[in-house]
Design a protein around this ligand. Structure first.
Ligand code: ZN
Ligand code: MN
Ligand code: MN
Length: 279
């Protein structure tokens, strides 16, 4: 079972590995820098070594990086686009330095200029970044909740981006359960999950599915609300996650929580719930 959470890098980046271990995660996700700013200090050689040393010592094989919040690789605005592309290049390099297998990227927003432009920009960003950075990191496009102007909430949109990618072996998909549900893909029953994954397979191909963000959803099916909820407390519900964890296409993938931390729960409680539903 590859189960983990998005852990904080507060302090030094190797502390993320400690936090994952304290939570008894078998995989984890992190930001390689403060996710709320554009600028990041270069990773020092000692930081990288300490991170990798702990990964090895604690027995972690696979960890996932997530792009910071501000970049929008689908942006039609030239300045934002350029800054976002620089971030993508930088994050791809950093993930490589830290030996992280995947870099998860939100596809972004076309800001009202239309899906066609957003798709073109997203593909252009990924192609340019991959042409400039040559390492083993695989870029995972994350499906979106379908908020206004978002690109990549429909499997068809993701497929159109993937069709434009010039490095097919260096891209895949990270499936966020909250985003998918909010976008209208039902996950509440075994049958619904099978239908959703059949769609995914027919349109994108399940071999491209590399990781799953397991988040319950505050919003209803098709609400387009990107509001994560504790596992079992949202609109997908316990049954949905039990069935997801028993689905053969999902069960063995890296499963990563991005659930809230509040008075009703935290990563420890959500991890416990997942382990209970996984059996
Ligand atoms: Zn995300
Ligand atoms: Mn996510
Ligand atoms: Mn989200």
């Amino acid at each position: 079972m590859l189960l983990g959470a998005h852990v904080s890098i507060s302090g030094t980046i190797d502390r993320a590995v400690d936090r994952a271990r304290e939570l008894k995660c078998t995989t984890f996700q992190l930001f390689t820098r403060n996710p709320r700013g554009w600028k990041a200090k270069k990773l020092k050689k000692e930081e990288i070594e300490e991170f990798k040393r702990k990964m090895k010592e604690y027995g972690y094989g696979l960890a996932v990086s997530h792009m910071p919040y501000l970049p929008n690789i689908s942006s039609p605005l030239i300045q934002t686009y350029k800054k976002s592309l620089s971030s993508l290049i930088e994050e791809l390099e950093r993930a490589g330095e830290l030996s992280l297998k995947y870099l998860v990227v939100h596809i972004g927003s076309h800001l009202g200029k239309g899906l066609d432009i957003g798709i073109k920009k997203a593909a252009e960003s990924v192609n340019t970044a991959l042409s400039k950075v040559n390492n083993d990191v695989v870029v995972l496009l994350e499906n979106m909740a379908g908020q206004r102007n978002s690109v990549g909430s429909r499997f068809e949109d993701i497929k159109r981006i993937l069709n434009l990618i010039e490095y097919p072996d260096r891209v895949g998909v990270c499936f966020d359960t909250c985003h998918a549900f909010a976008a209208g893909y039902d996950l509440r029953t075994r049958e619904a999950i099978e239908n959703t994954l059949r769609d995914f397979d027919e349109i994108i191909g399940l071999r491209l599915l590399k990781a799953v963000h397991i988040n319950d959803s505050k919003g209803d099916l098709g609400s387009h609300l990107d509001r994560h909820e504790h596992i079992g407390m949202g609109k997908i519900g316990e049954n949905g996650f039990r069935e997801l964890f028993h689905n053969k296409y999902i069960r063995d993938l890296p499963l990563i929580l991005e659930t809230p931390v509040d008075s009703r729960g935290n990563f420890a409680t959500n991890l416990a719930k997942c382990r209970e539903l996984y059996i």
